[in-house]
Write a protein that binds this ligand. Structure first.
Ligand SMILES: *[C@@H]1O[C@H](CO)[C@@H](O)[C@H](O)[C@H]1NC(C)=O
Ligand SMILES: *[C@@H]1O[C@H](CO)[C@@H](O)[C@H](O)[C@H]1NC(C)=O
Ligand SMILES: *[C@@H]1O[C@H](CO)[C@@H](O)[C@H](O)[C@H]1NC(C)=O
Ligand SMILES: *[C@@H]1O[C@H](CO)[C@@H](O)[C@H](O)[C@H]1NC(C)=O
Ligand SMILES: *[C@@H]1O[C@H](CO)[C@@H](O)[C@H](O)[C@H]1NC(C)=O
Ligand SMILES: *[C@@H]1O[C@H](CO)[C@@H](O)[C@H](O)[C@H]1NC(C)=O
Length: 336
């Protein structure tokens, strides 16, 4: 999914830049993934910059490769898949640009930057770095479905996606990572872009929240990923692997919208979009283009631009990652 959400990220970050925070053991965040990671990093830093983790804004690597990365670096790229270009092309998949920005590519960028990140730091270079791996998988599934694969065919790639994420985590551990947050996959079938582009005439393809079931591929990926995290945690006891969730909180928002402050009649409607109900999503009239307006009360909306959630939703998720219940263990439990 190629979308610009820079405006959204800046919107979250800007008012909070430059505000100091309490000390935590983390001095930097290094993150990998797709645009959800971009935002997660933003939200974590934003929530924290006032009081929690005490970290500055994390600059994106691709925006300026010579930026000051002493507080961390964000390698995540909008549209990035977990699977690399060679693999996807080998499977005859349509690959949406930007290409060569997969997790494997991001890890290569990290390895290139490592000497400068670790300059003068000694052996324990990443001892106080919080690594964030994911969300990943959404763009792979987008690629499979855009390549006219059936949902069952798409589901068959899930173990390969989980292998790729798992290999990525191991690679970070081999570079000295001591704290790795591994995020699960969002309920892909609840995103307005997916609901619009892959709409089905068969009611049985939708769940009770109105989301596309997609052969339960996101649930399957999250299940396999959780199993894999347990295996990795046993294999590498001196690294803390934190399993973080997007899936469960988003389903909770859909299940009890008003409990979380959302308007129950707009949970599947794009706030900043066009085209009207049921999803208010039109890929040619994307949020950010002239004339595309945000809804009247974004703080009561769940879906921002058809691909990403609203600030209100990210704030709740970030809070659940920091304090629980959406991270195991909660990040703040290991931060001090
Ligand atoms: C980089 O940022 C850190 C704070 O995160 C600061 O202490 C340091 O002086 C900066 N380095 C340069 C070269 O600007
Ligand atoms: C590309 O992905 C495949 C399958 O996940 C993997 O076997 C291969 O090593 C990857 N290539 C690179 C250069 O990372
Ligand atoms: C990809 O397409 C080529 C040419 O049609 C075909 O020979 C090959 O078997 C396909 N590969 C896969 C994995 O489907
Ligand atoms: C993508 O990466 C592959 C492998 O490194 C390379 O062969 C290819 O030229 C790259 N494509 C682009 C457009 O950069
Ligand atoms: C997928 O199928 C649609 C409708 O049959 C067709 O228009 C489109 O070109 C196909 N896309 C690919 C990548 O095969
Ligand atoms: C929820 O949104 C609908 C559609 O925009 C609106 O008509 C309704 O007044 C909103 N409900 C509340 C409680 O704000």
């Amino acid at each position: 999914m190629r979308t610009s959400h820079t405006a959204f990220l800046v919107l979250i970050i800007l008012p909070y830049l430059g505000t100091g925070g309490a000390q935590s053991k983390f001095t930097s965040i290094i993150s990998f993934g797709d645009s959800y990671t971009d935002t997660a990093t933003a939200v974590l830093c934003w929530t924290s910059s006032r009081m929690l983790l005490g970290l500055p804004f994390v600059p994106p690597y691709l925006a300026d490769r010579k930026a000051n990365f002493s507080g961390g670096v964000d390698f995540a790229v909008v549209g990035a898949p977990a699977l690399n270009l060679t693999y996807l092309q080998g499977q005859n998949m349509t690959v949406n640009p930007p290409i060569n920005s997969s997790l494997d590519d991001q890890l290569v960028w990290f390895e290139k930057l490592k000497p400068s990140l670790c300059k003068g730091q000694g052996a324990n270079c990443f001892g106080s770095t919080l690594f964030v791996m994911g969300a990943l998988g959404t763009n792979d599934h987008f690629s499979f479905l855009s390549s006219n694969r059936t949902v069952e065919q798409a589901r068959a790639y899930v173990p390969t996606i989980v292998d790729s994420i798992s290999r990525g985590v191991e690679r970070l551990i081999q570079h000295g990572a001591k704290y790795v947050v591994v995020a699960d996959m969002v309920p892909f079938g609840c995103l307005p872009i997916v609901l619009t582009l892959f709409a089905s005439k068969d009611k049985a393809d939708y769940d009770r929240y109105g989301c596309l079931k997609l052969a339960k591929a996101p649930q399957y990926q999250n299940y396999l990923l959780r199993q894999r995290i347990k295996v990795l945690q046993n294999k590498y006891p001196s690294t803390m692997i934190i399993s973080a969730e997007y899936y469960r909180p988003i389903i909770s928002f859909l299940h009890m919208p008003t409990h979380f402050g959302f308007n129950s009649s707009t949970t599947l409607l794009t706030c900043c979009g066009a085209g009207g109900p049921p999803y208010n999503f039109d890929s040619s009239t994307f949020c950010g283009l002239p004339g595309v307006m945000a809804c009247a009360r974004p703080s009561e909306a769940l879906q921002w631009d058809g691909v990403h959630l609203t600030e209100a939703a990210y704030r709740l998720i970030a809070d659940g990652w920091l304090h629980g219940p959406y991270a195991d263990p909660p990040i703040l439990h290991v931060a001090h």
